[in-house]
Design a protein around this ligand. Structure first.
Ligand SMILES: [Zn+2]
Length: 139
């Protein structure tokens, strides 16, 4: 089912407002979050348009979380954060997705809750391309 208002289903301009597609994995789509106050921040959404993880079958959910773990490992290998925070909110969105937010000791928002979009740090096209290739090479 494709929801024409869903950035994760339609991608294109809706996605471009906040993210850049990195790749697709077995059960999910992986995006780089354009706001990069937390270097390496990504989003992982299941390929299937569901509003909550309980709407995935056990098999789909397990494949999805396997992908979330894969992306977390790639971020760790590429950027060596001290911790990765995971956030799934979606009060106003209707396609379940996890924010994978690398946290660095004594840096921005360390030991606190990450801001949904701090709107502070954006990269050049080259900067994004470099980041994507670094994460991809560790997937
Ligand atoms: Zn969707």
């Amino acid at each position: 089912m494709i929801d024409q208002n869903c950035a994760y289903c339609v991608e294109g301009e809706l996605l471009a407002k906040f993210g850049i597609k990195i790749c697709e994995l077995e059960a999910s789509k992986v995006y780089l979050f354009k706001e990069q106050s937390h270097p390496g921040r990504c989003i992982v959404a299941p390929k299937k348009h569901v509003g909550d993880m309980t709407q995935l079958t056990a098999e789909e959910r397990s494949a999805y979380f396997e992908d979330v773990a894969k992306v977390a490992s790639a971020i760790m290998a590429a950027y060596h954060p001290d911790k990765i925070n995971y956030g799934a909110y979606g009060d106003t969105g209707h396609h379940v997705h996890f924010h994978l937010v690398p946290k660095y000791k004594d840096e921005f928002e360390w030991a606190g809750i990450f801001t949904m979009n701090p709107d502070l740090k954006y990269l050049s096209e080259e900067g994004y391309a470099e980041m994507i290739s670094k994460i991809k090479s560790n997937l």
